[in-house]
Design a binder for this molecule. Structure first.
Ligand code: ATP
Ligand code: MG
Ligand code: MG
Length: 309
């Protein structure tokens, strides 16, 4: 199984309104609720690709119960969340159907108590031993130490399990120094880590800081992967219009599924780019249509190779 870690889980609520205007009341035309937080998005996409997934993280309160009820209805995803005293945060997206624009309201979420963090660590150490790969995704909730991802990376490496890290800021800086197998920063996260806005230079710098492989996501420009053997560029067939929320999470799911299936880099990157473009195109943020994905995957251009590092 693939283990996903979502320390900052959320119940994602999406409201649709015809047109959003301040100082007026709105009739909601559609409302959806689903388990959220980056690692849970990754888990859902991996399960849709046919992988068995165990989802670790935190959940609490009535919102946490709703999240878990919905997770129970997601085939292929096993709930290994640690129950906490505080209530899981909600994120509220209001979609203006006229413009397509989304207004996002994110609750900060409950602080994690030291005993809850310890309970998580014990569970994680146990789960890692039966995992084929680990994904550590998203921001840290209040109460979790800033070096948390560095610790989780070290535990996975000690168990000999490949680990991918997708976060930002200081947790990313410390996590990279713990030598993860893969990091997947976007251009902003990479620039913040390295001080460079030039993707190839920044990617090489991130490797020097400890990451074995860096897969930089460049928005509509696709992916740049650099490891000890070489470098590869994968470009989507076209810039697509839609909601890019969760595109990075779909890219992570594509990379990890390709890793455990031992796909060579070109196939792995083509999958990641096609999945994320299909996610941008899907009407619901973070979802994708399988047919759209299958059409796109053969149209992704991958260049580079083992000697081009
Ligand atoms: P997230 O919000 O999920 O964390 P991110 O900022 O980490 O996303 P991005 O670099 O924005 O990640 O997007 C991830 C991938 O999605 C890109 O590498 C690319 O393959 C694909 N993608 C994003 N936007 C577009 C687009 N407009 N057209 C085609 N593909 C896109
Ligand atoms: Mg982005
Ligand atoms: Mg991202």
């Amino acid at each position: 199984m693939i283990l996903t870690v979502t320390l900052n889980t959320a119940l994602d609520i999406t409201y649709h309104v015809r047109a959003l205007r301040p100082h007026t009341s709105h009739r909601v035309t559609d409302v959806t609720e689903r388990p959220g937080g980056k690692g849970l998005n990754v888990a859902r996409v991996l399960a849709a690709l046919g992988h068995a997934v165990t989802a670790a993280g935190f959940a609490g309160g009535a919102t946490g119960r709703s999240l878990r009820d919905q997770l129970a209805g997601t085939p292929g995803v096993r709930d290994a969340l640690v129950t906490v005293g505080g209530a899981t945060r909600r994120t509220i997206a209001v979609v203006d159907e006229t413009t397509g624009d989304t207004t996002q309201l994110n609750e900060p979420g409950p602080a994690i108590a030291p005993a809850e963090w310890s309970a998580f660590l014990a569970k994680y150490e146990d789960l890692v031993r039966s995992a084929s790969a680990v994904a550590l995704c998203g921001s840290l909730p209040p109460g979790v130490p800033v070096g948390a991802y560095a610790q989780l990376v070290r535990t996975a490496r000690a168990a000999g399990v490949p680990v991918l890290l997708d976060t930002s800021g200081e947790p990313l800086r410390r996590g990279v120094a713990a030598r993860p197998d893969i990091v997947k920063p976007n251009t902003d996260e990479l620039a913040e880590l390295t001080g460079s806005h030039e993707p190839l230079q920044a990617t090489r710098d991130a490797r020097r800081r400890g990451a074995h492989t860096v897969v930089a996501s460049l928005g509509a420009e696709g992916l740049l992967a650099v490891d000890a053997e070489g470098r590869w560029r994968a470009v989507p067939p076209r810039r697509v219009q839609g909601n890019p929320t969760g595109a990075g999470d779909s890219a992570v799911a594509g990379l990890l599924s390709g890793l455990v299936e031992r796909l060579p880099w070109p196939g792995r990157l083509a999958r990641a780019v096609a999945l994320s473009a299909a996610t941008v195109l899907a009407p619901v943020a973070g979802e994708f249509d399988r047919r759209t994905y299958e059409e796109l995957v053969d149209q992704v251009t991958v260049t580079g190779g083992a000697t081009a590092a």
